[in-house]
Ligand binder design. Structure first.
Ligand SMILES: Nc1ncnc2c1ncn2[C@@H]1O[C@H](COP(=O)(O)OP(=O)(O)OP(=O)(O)O)[C@@H](O)[C@H]1O
Length: 234
């Protein structure tokens, strides 16, 4: 078991924004998290990463409570927003810094960066630009690649497709599919793009008002099922 959630509740001003009595995510699963604006996806991510306080319940990562332990940080790669980057560094400096935290040498970082040449599309490396001066989409690319540089056992990405161009979406999908195919890395990816998540993720969690109202193993009918749910909601 990679992640286990028990009796989790979070409220803001008396309104419940996350309410998950029980959820288990197994090692190697690829999870797509969908739900309309305000459904609670980002809040759930932040609770799993121990970035915000929950009202009750617990999140266990490989059996250990994320609020009481730090070991999960060694194998958890996440990119939720630009706040996860260090904006006064260039992308290279940032990748080396991440490498130094995770015992990955500069040479190994350079070798890995070679494999992202197409993904970066000539706009990230060698530009002597600080991360703060990159476009939002390019910042997202840096954040996603930084996650993968950490040799993580689990990656968590919040709307990674939102600001990236169609070619990069395609490449990111292939990267995530590869990760899912290899089955070594557990992934949780939120998206408003139902095509992307059903294409990439083998299991879809649908959130509405803090609740997980559908938990589906992706099959040929899943896209249609989700589309009909969201069209009813309009
Ligand atoms: N710091 C906060 N104070 C008060 N309410 C908050 C706070 N953070 C989130 N919320 C509320 O919690 C609910 C869930 O928000 P959340 O950002 O988790 O949704 P989401 O599913 O990620 O939405 P989106 O698709 O728009 O990113 C929303 O109603 C939001 O307004």
């Amino acid at each position: 078991m990679m992640i286990e959630i028990k009796d989790l509740k979070k409220t803001y001003n008396g309104i419940t924004v996350v309410d998950i009595p029980s959820l288990q995510i197994n090692k190697g699963e690829s999870i797509g998290l969908v739900g309309n604006n305000g459904a609670g996806k980002t809040t759930l991510f932040r609770i799993i990463l121990d970035l915000i306080r929950k009202d009750s319940g617990e999140v266990l990562s490989k059996g250990f409570n994320v609020s009481d332990t730090d070991t999960w940080k060694d194998y958890t790669g996440s990119y939720l927003d630009e706040g996860f980057l260090i904006e006064y560094l260039t992308p290279e400096e940032y990748f080396y810094y991440i490498g130094s935290l995770y015992q990955v040498s500069r040479t190994d970082i350079d070798v890995k960066l070679e494999t992202y040449t197409d993904f970066f599309n000539g706009e990230i490396l060698g530009k002597k630009k600080y991360i703060r001066d990159l476009s939002k989409g390019n910042q997202c690319k840096v954040g996603v690649v930084a996650c993968l540089m950490q040799n993580p056992e689990i990656i968590m990405l919040d709307e990674p497709f939102a600001n990236i161009d169609p070619s990069t979406q395609f490449r990111l999908k292939n990267m995530l599919k590869q990760v899912a195919f290899e089955g070594q890395i557990t992934s949780i990816v939120s998206s408003h793009d139902l095509n992307h998540v059903t294409d990439v993720c083998k299991r879809i969690l649908l959130m509405e008002k803090g609740l997980i109202i559908k938990d589906i193993q992706t099959d040929v009918n899943t896209l249609e099922e989700l589309e009909s749910y969201f069209s009813v909601m309009k």
